[in-house]
Design a binder for this molecule. Structure first.
Ligand code: HEC
Ligand code: HEC
Length: 461
């Protein structure tokens, strides 16, 4: 027994020292930090760069793969602001060599185009960003014969970034050899995507990355957790309710940390201070006002319809059921996302953060989806948790009249139907598992004349 305690003690000590060593190895290279919180949201670090793609290679990919990426990373929907080299949602940190990672802005910033204007909206679902296609490209590119150390050096020179001799050595003998292993591992861990509908722009799988991490073998089934990115502004009015599409957690801390972990930050390197700052800022960061004219008289009529139909019971601050979960037996939207988060998932979530002060213990199983506020709803299309309904007009139509396929991924805003109406791009197929367009029948049986009024009112929220 004594011997056992002795061994256990040293095992623990070893583990602690190893963690401390890992932290020390990156200590000389602090995460990118911006004083201005909006800059931090868009370009700062949440600690997700550790296993990221090497920056020296990453930034030359649009040159080396010019045929595949005529518009650079914008091809996947990444947004770039004037005066910035990096797209919104990409941070760089040195971890030995510089690596790129995601941050909160990756999935929670978007734009719209309306009447010739384009508007950037922080906190909006990144409706045009196809993360899955981006990751597939990176894994393909890493194994493509066009990607060699010579090609990277040549592209860097052409782009006016001639690497020094030491940088060339590191690139050839450190970065490249490791890249192959890293990418082979990544490709294998994403095999589960092959038996599911593609996410397309604006969505990701909220459950299967976790299942893969926990060894639950998602490649062996078709259970699907694909969700639309949500808006993240105005968090204060959400505090009394349950978070996430299925309302599976009400702890703010766990929600923030799980967001960072899902973005690729390891437990030992969470930038908790930065994440906390962003979380505080999002509390009162307002939803965007509708950017064009609203017909006030029509909106007034719509407000009366909204009140008569009791939409606010579930959707308004102060509404009796705001933040509560509506059982899917009554709601009838696609069940996959809520079914995926079952007892077993909760048990695994409770082990996340083992040994840390923040270890999770607030996850729960629900049988439906959470009633959320509709603030800034005009900018949250496509609608429902799985993004299966392109516009508000389609949401107010009976399910059989909602489009069976539609295009996603553009930012052309349609002020009549309210949503993005794309004439090309990613074809979203509502017949695939997890993509169902059914349910949420509220308002679908209204007289035809009342629907435009209700839509006009929804623009004011
Ligand atoms: C890879 C994309 C991605 C990244 C990166 C990301 N999120 Fe999210 N976020 C999501 C998705 C998807 C959901 C919805 C998950 C669900 O409910 O199934 C979500 C949910 C949320 C919610 C809850 C919204 C609600 O109404 O319940 C908040 C708040 C949030 N994220 C904030 C953040 C913050 C803060 C960060 C940075 C630390 C972050 N997110 C990073 C994709 C992302
Ligand atoms: C019993 C509660 C309840 C009532 C009543 C209700 N809703 Fe909802 N609503 C929900 C839930 C739950 C969702 C999320 C469903 C999902 O994503 O699968 C939702 C989703 C929505 C969305 C899409 C949100 C998004 O971000 O994609 C809109 C818009 C909406 N409701 C409008 C209305 C309107 C308008 C009415 C009244 C005609 C109404 N709702 C009545 C519970 C309700």
């Amino acid at each position: 027994m004594k011997k056992l305690i002795f061994v256990a003690f040293f095992a623990l000590l070893g583990a602690a020292l190893f963690l401390e060593f890992k932290r020390l190895t990156i200590k000389p290279w602090p995460a990118t930090h911006f004083e201005e919180i909006t800059e931090h949201f868009k370009y700062g670090s949440i600690g997700a760069e550790v296993d990221g793609f090497p920056y020296a290679i990453w930034r030359e990919l649009p040159t080396i793969f010019a045929e595949d990426l005529p518009r650079g990373f914008a091809e996947f929907g990444f947004l770039t602001e004037p005066g910035h080299d990096l797209p919104i949602g990409i941070s760089v940190r040195r971890v030995g060599v510089e690596r790129v990672g995601f941050n909160c802005g990756t999935c929670h910033v978007s734009t719209y185009r309306l009447e010739g204007r384009e508007g950037l909206v922080l906190g909006a679902p990144a409706n045009a960003l196809d993360l899955q296609a981006y990751i597939a490209f990176l894994t393909r590119a890493a194994r493509d014969e066009r990607l060699t150390a010579d090609a990277v050096i040549e592209a860097a020179e052409a782009n006016g970034r001639t690497p020094g001799i030491w940088q060339k050595i590191v690139l050839r003998f450190v970065v490249f050899p490791r890249l192959e292993d890293q990418v082979a591992g990544l490709a294998k861990s994403l095999a589960w995507m092959d038996n599911r509908a593609p996410h397309g722009p604006g969505r990701t799988d909220a459950g299967n990355f976790w299942r893969e991490r926990w060894g639950l073998e998602p490649a062996k089934d078709t259970r699907t957790g694909t969700v639309d990115f949500p808006s993240v502004w105005n968090q204060r009015i959400r505090l009394d309710g349950w978070f996430h599409w299925d309302g599976n957690n009400r702890s703010l801390d766990e929600r923030n940390i799980s967001a960072a972990l899902a973005g690729g930050a390891p437990e030992w390197l969470l930038e908790r201070h930065a994440i906390g700052r962003i979380s505080d800022w999002l509390m009162n960061f307002p939803a965007p006002a509708y950017p064009a004219e609203i017909d006030a008289a029509l909106a007034d009529q719509g407000a009366a319809v909204y009140a008569r139909e009791a939409c606010g019971t579930c959707h308004d601050p102060g509404g009796a059921m705001l933040g509560q979960v509506t059982s899917n037996a009554a709601l009838g939207t696609d069940p996959e996302r809520t079914l995926l988060f079952d007892d077993r998932m909760v048990r695994y979530f409770e082990r996340v953060g083992e040994g840390y002060s923040w270890q999770f213990d607030n996850y729960r199983v629900t049988d439906g989806y959470a009633n959320m506020p509709l603030d800034g709803i005009w900018m949250r299309a496509p609608y429902l948790h799985n993004g299966a309904v392109p516009t508000l007009a389609a949401l107010l139509a009976p399910p059989e009249a909602r489009p069976e396929t539609f295009y996603r991924g553009c930012v052309d805003f349609d002020p009549v139907a309210v949503g993005f109406t794309c004439t090309g791009g990613f074809a979203f197929d509502t017949t695939r598992i997890g993509n169902g367009k059914g349910g949420h029948l509220y308002g679908t049986a209204l007289p035809a004349a009342e629907k435009p009024a209700l839509i006009e009112y929804l623009k004011t929220l």
